[in-house]
Design a protein around this ligand. Structure first.
Ligand code: NAD
Length: 363
């Protein structure tokens, strides 16, 4: 490894990084725990054929940091963590591999809860749950809260309305034009909400299958080449595919007033949040607008009784609207990018709640 690990941990404020190797299955996994001020770390497990171990470590660290901020702004009682398994999700999966991973998660005794992310599925964690009590987001038939894409899409829809209210003075989306990049699980559910409100929808995807699913349901939806999506003249651009797509190359091409979508880590670098602010493009910070899925899995951990889960999740996901309005207002008043305001809100909550713990209370 070329990374100076302790230096990176100090720079990023990390608590713990655990390297797991299982000699039976060859599992190579890294668990990064960023900050547990608010509660045990919570964050999915990504499986990816990383070319180097440095790349895997940095990805785990970057994603874990994002979870700290996402938990903090979404009023969740959890800290930030994330894990990565080095391997090809199309070739290297097995029951034993995920059970081995589950055993490593178990060794942390509840300091870290995990579930699906890119490259992993509910079925993988059904295997992991045979060895660990600290899995979330399992399929409903296995006692979990099920598909997180639905609350995520609902939160994104509410967030788009909040952004419309801030940018256009009206939350109604009727007649607006929205360009959705990526119509996978979240993107498709988002298109459903948008079409209900008579929005003019433009989509793109690299998967013909996913495009066809949307076209079958809504023949009037316009389809563009994935590379052309940045040039579409629209009111709102909604990235729902991959991260890093707001960058030096794409920003000058954008012809929208608002960016509001589900993808994680949309800004390639923090400076891109500043560039959007300077250009008057309203950016809904990704970890705020896409917190619906996290809200659902956090609820699973906080309230074992699933009876009123959907109502609680709906209520907290709807609150994304008000959180975003607060961010947009503060950004305007203080003339700073919305991405910086969101970071500050998260940091303020962590600081205040952390200080409460200086008073000893026996529970
Ligand atoms: P998904 O894999 O179901 O869908 C992603 C879609 O994007 C796929 O259809 C894929 O073909 C398409 N895509 C990939 N590269 C593309 C490109 N260059 N141009 C256009 N389309 C492209 O994933 P998802 O669950 O819908 O998640 C979408 C995004 O939202 C991801 O960034 C994910 O990390 C984020 N997110 C998801 C959730 C959740 O609960 N599912 C929660 C928070 C954030």
């Amino acid at each position: 490894m070329n990374i100076d690990i302790f230096k990176e941990m100090e720079k990023g404020g990390f608590e713990q990084i655990i390297f797991n190797y299982d000699k039976t299955t060859g599992l190579k996994a890294i668990i990064a725990i960023h900050d547990t001020t608010l509660g045990p770390a919570l964050g999915g497990c990504r499986m990816w054929p990383y070319e180097t171990e440095d790349e895997a470590l940095l990805d785990a660290m970057r994603l874990a940091t994002g979870m700290t901020y996402k938990c903090a702004v979404s009023d969740s009682n959890f800290g930030g963590g994330k894990s990565v398994i080095i391997g090809d999700p199309n070739k290297d999966k097995s029951e034993a591999l995920f059970r081995a991973f589950g055993r490593f998660v178990q060794t942390l005794g509840g300091r870290y809860y995990t579930g699906t992310d890119l490259g992993t599925t509910g079925k993988d964690f059904v295997y992991a749950s045979r060895e660990s009590d600290y899995l979330v987001g399992l399929p409903e038939e296995f006692g979990g809260s099920g598909n997180t894409a639905l609350p995520t899409a609902y939160g994104v829809y509410k967030g788009i309305k909040a952004a419309a209210k801030a940018a256009f003075g009206c939350a109604s989306l009727k007649g607006r034009k929205v360009a959705v990049q990526g119509v996978g699980k979240v993107g498709q559910a988002l298109v459903d909400y948008l079409k209900e409100e008579d929005v003019q929808v433009v989509i793109c995807d690299i998967s013909e299958d996913n495009i066809n699913k949307v076209k079958e349901k809504y023949p009037d939806v316009e389809v563009v080449d994935p590379e052309k999506i940045y040039d579409v003249e629209c009111d709102i651009f909604s990235p729902c595919a991959r991260g890093g797509i707001i960058n030096d190359d794409t920003i000058p091409r954008l012809k929208c007033k608002i960016i509001a979508g589900s993808a994680n880590n949309q800004l390639l670098e923090p400076k891109h949040g500043e560039m959007l602010h300077e250009r008057g493009i309203l950016y809904a910070p990704d970890y705020v607008i896409n917190a619906g899925g996290l809200i659902q899995v956090a609820d699973e951990l906080e309230f074992k009784d699933a009876g009123k889960r959907s109502e609680r999740v709906l209520m907290k996901t709807e609150a994304i609207y008000d959180i975003l309005l607060k961010i947009f207002t503060r950004s305007k008043e203080e003339n700073i990018p919305t991405s910086r305001v969101a970071d500050r809100l998260a940091e303020e909550r962590i600081e205040v709640i952390g200080k409460l713990k200086t008073n000893y209370v026996k529970r």
